[in-house]
Every structure is written in C-alpha cells, then in structure tokens.
Design a protein around this ligand. Sequence first.
Ligand SMILES: CCCCCCCCCCCC(=O)SCCNC(=O)CCNC(=O)[C@H](O)C(C)(C)COP(=O)(O)OP(=O)(O)OC[C@H]1O[C@@H](n2cnc3c(N)ncnc32)[C@H](O)[C@@H]1OP(=O)(O)O
Length: 135
Amino acid sequence: MGLRLRVDGDVVRGEVTFDRRQQGAPGIAHGGAVTTVLDDAVASLLVVLETPAVTANIHVDFRAPTLLHHPMTVEARATGRDGRKLHLTARLLDERATVVAEAQALFLAVDLEHFAKGGEALPEAWSGWGANAPG
Ligand SMILES: CCCCCCCCCCCC(=O)SCCNC(=O)CCNC(=O)[C@H](O)C(C)(C)COP(=O)(O)OP(=O)(O)OC[C@H]1O[C@@H](n2cnc3c(N)ncnc32)[C@H](O)[C@@H]1OP(=O)(O)O
C-alpha cells in the first residue's frame, strides 16, 4: 500500500494513500488495512526503543471514513513501559489533519529467539538489539 515510515526523534511518522486494493465500502479503505498501517507505525517505534517486541493487542477507533486516493499521514509514539509491556499509540490523519483512526497497542518485549520460530534468518541490523528485552 506504499506506506513510508521514518523515525523523527522519538516519534514515527509516515504517509500512505489507500487505493482500490484496500477498498472496503465503496471509496473507503477497509478497516483491516487501516489497522495494518497503524500496527506497522507502532511497530516501527521498536527501532526507537531498541526493543524486540510483538503486538499482543491493538485497539482501533475508526473516527471518520478513510477515503481512497486521499493522502494520509500517520504518527506513532510510545506512551509508557511497564516491564515487558510497551504501551504504544498511533493516529491516522487526513489532509485536513482530521483524525480518521487511532490505535492503542500493547506490545510485549520478547527475546530475539522468538523470531527464530519463523524459520527465516533475522536481519543483521537486529543483532545488536535486545539489550532492552525482555525487560
Ligand atoms: C531487534 C528489533 C526487532 C524488531 C522486531 C520487529 C517485529 C515487528 C512486529 C510487527 C508487529 C506484528 O505484527 S507482531 C505479529 C502479531 N503478534 C504475534 O504474533 C504475537 C503472538 N503472541 C505471542 O507470541 C505471545 O502471546 C506473546 C509473546 C505476545 C506473549 O506471550 P508470553 O511471552 O508467554 O507472555 P505472557 O506470560 O502470556 O504474558 C505476559 C504479560 O503480558 C500480559 N498479556 C499477554 N498477552 C496479552 C494480551 N493479548 N492482552 C493483554 N495482556 C496480555 C499477560 O497478562 C502478562 O501480564 P502480567 O501477568 O505480567 O501482568
């Protein structure tokens, strides 16, 4: 869906424009696609936190229709940490800066071995991470 994310200090920001491939109701993005963007945005905070973690749960409030073909911005930030529990939040905004969806996510810090379950080699960049996990 062409989501582009970047780290900006302790915030993750990005842009996305949904198209017919993510359509739910006519002309409107499917909530699952919107949730994917929000989940990806909060997951990118793991780079800032230097903590391997996975989504335990994510709650999404859909505040307004997310229109196809309209550029949207997403921003994510960490709101707290309690041991292994990372509390993360993200918002999706339209061109008028109206919040169309927002998420509160709970991530749980894991050892890097967690990802070995997938059977794929892990990115080299991850090798230095994990000093903060599981916390
Ligand atoms: C280097 C960079 C890498 C970078 C890594 C990049 C990763 C990108 C990830 C992208 C985001 C994803 O899509 S991740 C993919 C989707 N998510 C997953 O696949 C996760 C699947 N679930 C799991 O593997 C597991 O359930 C875990 C790891 C989340 C938790 O299992 P666990 O480690 O055994 O923990 P557990 O003992 O059950 O729980 C610990 C504490 O958390 C609480 N807890 C556990 N689950 C939940 C929950 N859903 N909702 C509320 N609370 C929960 C428990 O009550 C407990 O609280 P207390 O009693 O201590 O108070």
